[in-house]
Ligand binder design. Sequence first.
Ligand code: ADP
Length: 963
Amino acid sequence: LSELLLKRRAEILHALCSSGSAEHLERVMDMLLAQGELGWEDCQNVLVPGRALYSNARQLLDLVYTKGADSCELFFSAVKQVLPEALGDAFFLSGCHSTLDYTEKPQRTSTEELLSQRPDLVLKLQGCIDGALRALVESGHFSSTDCDGIQLPIYTPSQQARRLLDLVRSKGESASLAVLQFVQQSLESESSLEQTNPNLTNEFVKYQKKLKSSVSAQSRFLSTYGGTSHMPLDDIYTEVQMELPSNSSDNYKSMSFEEIIGPVGTVNDDADTVLASGEAGSGKSTWLQRLHLLWAQGKALQDFLLLFPFSCRRLNSEQRDLSVQELLFQHCCWPDRGQEEIFQFILDHPHLVLFTFDGLDELKQSFADEQRICCPSQRAPVHVLLFNLIQGSLMKGVRKVVTSRPEAVGPALKKHLHKEIHLKGFSPSGIDCFVRKHHSDPNEAAKVLESLQANTALLGLCHSPVLCWIVSQCHKELLGCGEGSLQTITDVYLMILQHFFQHHSTVKSPIGVNWLQDNLGTVLHLGQLAFEGISNSSYIFSVTDMETCGVTESDICMGFLIQSKDMSLANSKCYEFLHITLQCFLAALFAILSRNSGCSAISKLFELQEMKKKRLRGTCFGACLNSTNTPNIAEEHSTMAETPNLQITATFVSGLLSQRYQKLLFQCSSSILVERKTKHAEKCLSKGMQQHFRSIPQPVQGEKKSMHAMPEFVWLIKCIYEMQNSRLAKDAMSKLEAEHLKLTYCNIGPVECTALAYVLQHLKNPVGIQLDNNSVGDVGVEQLLPCMHICSSLYLRNNNITDEGIRKLIDKVIHLQNFQKIALFNNRLTDACTKHFSYLLKTRQNFLSLRLGNNNITAKGAKQLAEGLKFNHSLQYLGLWGNKIGDEGAEALANALQNSESIVWLSLVGNGVGSAGACAISNIIKNSTSLEDLWLTENCITRTGVESLTQALKHNHHVKSVW
Ligand code: ADP
């Protein structure tokens, strides 16, 4: 046999190495190791990292040869198992008969077993490396550094399995046992899966493994860090707040993926599509990436056997007509065998399959329900397939999860939604958690958090994950620039711009005052690319696009662009901006700094409404740029993301044209041009505001003059704030005549509150501010304080406000005589807030209305309120619907109100009040001279209570209704 080895050396080497992959050689080694024929030292001598594969194989042949005939026999047996056909049967017949057997020998220790079963373990582990690593980390055998070392992307799954086994061996007996147990368990769960899904064939299971490892590889790292460093998603992911509009009681909690897919909040049982909507940067893509990763790791949504992830941004570049099968296999994961069989399984078991589509708003076509396709083998343009999948005429029963910005979700789409959730960014504790995860040094994290606490406008911005990321990324700049100097979104983006330039500067000294001028070339090249992209709805750029805009290799190196993973352009490199908001920011810089772009580009950015009306979206915007390179934009072309992106760009334009940045801009462009653009932007903003005011209808007799603001109004206000132009704010407010401003469902969070307060504080007369159904939160409440002096009534129903927000609010309004009414239905208030209201009631003898329905106030809170009520002579409306004050609370309130001469309306609906409470309340009916309406439904009042109430009514002439 030794002779044979020598004679056929070339042939054997070719068989082992010609594929270019080390897999065959390594498998042969596994078998020889398992047989005890090779030792670890031999292995190290053979598999030398960095040495050519053929050299390693030669080394093995030499080693086996020197070990003698027995060794050669085992070697041939191993080769026969690994490459049964490679050398031909005749070859093996010529002398080698033995087969390898590693099961019979009794093993003394787990480490020995690990070795003797190595070939088998490598096979089993390569499909579940993530799970095995997790088990080892959980059992304390591996650290995360150990895992990182094993999971380096340069290793194939089987190499990762071998590295895992090698490391386990070095960790000792108990680690070996943990791996053996893990493999055993996963075999058991696999066989139970096969029992519940008896149709799973071998090919299917292989495909599932391949899909899982591809999904896992794509989702393991946060992609926006691609340019700078790799951040494992597991390390940085922070829960985001969610709102289920159809189920308001559970809002703002974060929900598991099972809950999101499950029945809670379903609006249409027939539909299969779950939509997660949120503003740019609210974390939609990252959330979906998390879903993918947890599925691939076996930690979530395991009822779905297959998951196919799609990015709408990338689907845009698919020009061919495809069938569903082609879409799935070509865009997600290719089955090496059994395509038909796997696809048939998908068709037969739609409920075991999940599709995800990220960024529907970025698809070039708006959702339409026109062209129906029902046949999965019919080819159609990708967007048509997508719309048919979403609305269910294709692949009915397959669950789909779609993310989008809210603007892209029209009534046509809503009809086909199983449910909708809103992603609301980080909660205050989420910000804290993210910053701590982002900074490995706890002192550094503490400093960042401290500076956020000292600057609540910035803290408000950090509710948006993308801004929180920038602020954390730029912590050095942040800590260096002094408290309170960062106020606007533009400030934050200028900071990250500066950060990237500093990072890539060869000079290590701090960046100078001329930093923008020094990098003007890059800014203009990238700016043009960004600008043309925004006006064209292009978010992925080819090398040709980049050349057209003069983008150079060194511009790319700055880190604003990351390489795109576009499948359909696999052979040519293409790029996208780190985040869409960064693209908008660079576009805004270009609109201002480019000498070719005049004021018309600015006006078009601000005249979106007009543009929409005239159906000229896209077409005239591109034409405003006198640049010869501006591409032609097709007439028909319209994208859902377009308006919001133009709005974000316009917001940045406003910010950059602020007085504060004039000096910076003057260094880079003609001061006359910048000034002209500034004047122009101011004019557009004030014109936009006036248009809104003109839409205010004349009041119905007896009602207040009320303006129901549209989301565009909030955007205009934000632009004025970005500009930090108080003259403009004053001017605009001097023309507003409404007594009531309705801003319900306008997506108002802390950032919008900052802007609103900045502008509304200039109102001449007090107004009612109605902000129901937004996401104001405690930080938002704090941001509103500067305009509370012009606020007569504040409506904050359903806004995620806690006792802390109330404490700050009351601290301020206690001194403001205009402030007379507050409505806080459905927030997160507890007894702790009642002492503040009690203080307010005691102090302010012109306060009229307090509505605290649907919170968590108990008898204790009611008693606190009663303390205040005793000393108050003005309150007319008190609403406590849906709390838990019980008899004790009702008695305390009745006691305080029984002689009231002001209370007109009292609601204790749904408070667990029994007859004792009702009897006490009868005293208000009896003695109060003002009470007109009393609401006591949904309590547990029995006959005694009712009799007491009716008795009391006999002596009363004021009360109009008792419910
Ligand atoms: P969207 O898709 O809504 O525009 P992204 O998911 O792209 O937002 O988020 C922008 C950036 O914000 C991400 O690249 C990441 O840095 C950060 N981010 C978003 N969500 C999270 C999260 N849940 N945990 C940690 N970081 C997040």
